[in-house]
Structure formats: C-alpha cells, structure tokens
Design a protein around this ligand. Sequence first.
Ligand code: XIL
Length: 323
Amino acid sequence: MAQMFLRDLAQKRGLAIGTAVSADALRGDAQYRTILAREFNMLTCENAMKFGPLHPACGQFAFDDADAIVAFARENGMAVRGHTLVWHRMLPDWFAKGGFTYDDGIDLMRGHIHTVVSRYRGQVCAWDVVNEAFEDDGGWRGTPFLRMFGPDYLTTAFHWAHEADPDVKLFYNDYSADHVNRKSDAIYAMVRMLLDQGVPIHGVGLQMHLCVWDDLHPASVAANIKRFNDLGLDVQITEMDVRMKEPFSESDLLRQARIYREIMEVCLRAERCSAFVVWGLTDRYSWIPDVFEGEGAALLFDADGQPKQAYEALKEALWRERT
Ligand code: XIL
C-alpha cells in the first residue's frame, strides 16, 4: 500500500490539518517546503497577516510575505486560515501610539479590515477576526481596541469582515480557553451575546498551546467544544503545540505524543471540529524557545525535519478513528 501522510489521512476524515508558516522559512528552506506540501492541507501565516507586518505605515500595506504564502497554498491545494485582524500584539507604533480620536480610529480599523479581507477574498476560508480579547480570569483584556472603542469593537470588527467577504467563516480565537474554565465561560457568554445580536460569527478557535506537564482533561475539552457546537458554531484547534523543558527525555516525547493524540481524538469525536492546526512546522522554526526560556521541542517534526512520536500518534488517531 502506498505510504499515507498526515494530510491523506486527514482528508479522508474530512478534517483540515494545518500548520503556521514562516515566510522566511518558506522562501529559504527547500526541506520545509517539501514537508509542508506533503503533510498538510491547510496553512496559516504565522506572522505575515498580522496588523504590524501587513500595515507597517498608515495606509501603506506590505503584502509580499502573505501573498507568497497564499500562492504556495494555492499551488499545493491547501486551504488558508487568516490570522488575525484585531489583536493587541504586533501592532505598529503608528497605530498603537497614534492617539487617534474615536472617529479616526474607527476609520483606520474599518480600512484595515476591509483592505485585508477583500484582498484575500475567496482565498482565505476562515479569519480569526478577534484574537485574545479576554484575560485568564474572564475579564476584558485592556487592549488599545477596548480603550479606543469599548467592548463593542468585537461586534463592529465582525460586521466589517463580513462586509468585505460575505462567504468567509469568521472566528473568535484565544488561548488557555481549551478546557471549561473561567476564560472559556467568558468567551461562551460573549459569543452567545453576539449570536443573539445577529453578529456574523461562525466559529471559535482554541489555540491549544500546551506543556508536557499540563494536567490535560480531554473530557473537559470535549465538553467545551460541545457547548460551542450546540450554539451552532464550528470549533477549530488553531495553534497547537506541546512544549517541554530542554534537554528533554524520551518520556517527555511520549507524553507529548499522548497529548497530541488525545486532542486529535477529541476533535474527531466532536460534532464540528473542522480543523486541527499546529503552530509551526519543525522545531527549528518554533516560537517557543524565543518566548519560554529553556523550553522547546513543541512540534511534530524535530529541528532536522524528522517526524517525532507525536506525528505518528496523530496518524494513528486519524487511522483508528476512521476504521
Ligand atoms: C507568535 C509567533 O509565533 C511569533 O513568531 C511572534 O513573534 C509572536 O506571535 N498566540 C497567537 C499567535 O495568536 O499569533 C502567536 O504567534 C502565538 C500566541
């Protein structure tokens, strides 16, 4: 039998399996391109579609990196998740420190969202419209958007994205909201309210940044996905990685593989969990060592591009759940 790769198995299950793509690695590393096209049927720009990289000066857009990634996806039959339109991080100074009036701020946000969503209309299947609007205790995060516009900025952002592409699926995305907890309770209450108001929102993204020492409760993740599904919303796993302390041991890798498998199983068993995206292709390009000191090895492929136990575990889960 011909060898089955991750994307073949996922495709048979009707699941999108994706990864976050670095524009530099895509350009400079042939092995990266090979693994990406072979294993995944969805991708997202790790940074290239964020506000700062895409809109470096007021009214001036830099689409090259995002365009190159979208072109790669098209050439290789991959879907694209758009990430992200409204996020408090990676904002350019001209916007974050601009001191705009309410009206000017609204015009800028509308212009940004309309320009970006229109450009990728028909090419991006889902947008993370708003990213990380809540604190872990369930309170509103004090972002420049909250300060400038109040909590209505969510409603407005979803409407603008929908105006620019009425067919694209619109998501709210956040981390540490994977289980049923105070943060996911707050998100649940918020999306319910948006739905009641007729706001065009179609899904919730669970980022799923985990550690090997985490206490994972698959039943709680499943219950969380179910309550969003019961509202008629899709759920996607949008940024999964499972980090460990360096130097790591064999048992760390096995524990990591188990966590990936458990989340895949929860996704496959859910009524609607349509995508499973990992946050980076190989450990060489992962964001973890830059942000979490002394930690790493969070992805499916090691720094040399070799598949890890976690990769095999995902394939097993896809295979087993299918038969
Ligand atoms: C990270 C990228 O991986 C880094 O390269 C960048 O320096 C910072 O952002 N949640 C998100 C992602 O929604 O956009 C973040 O990506 C990781 C956490």
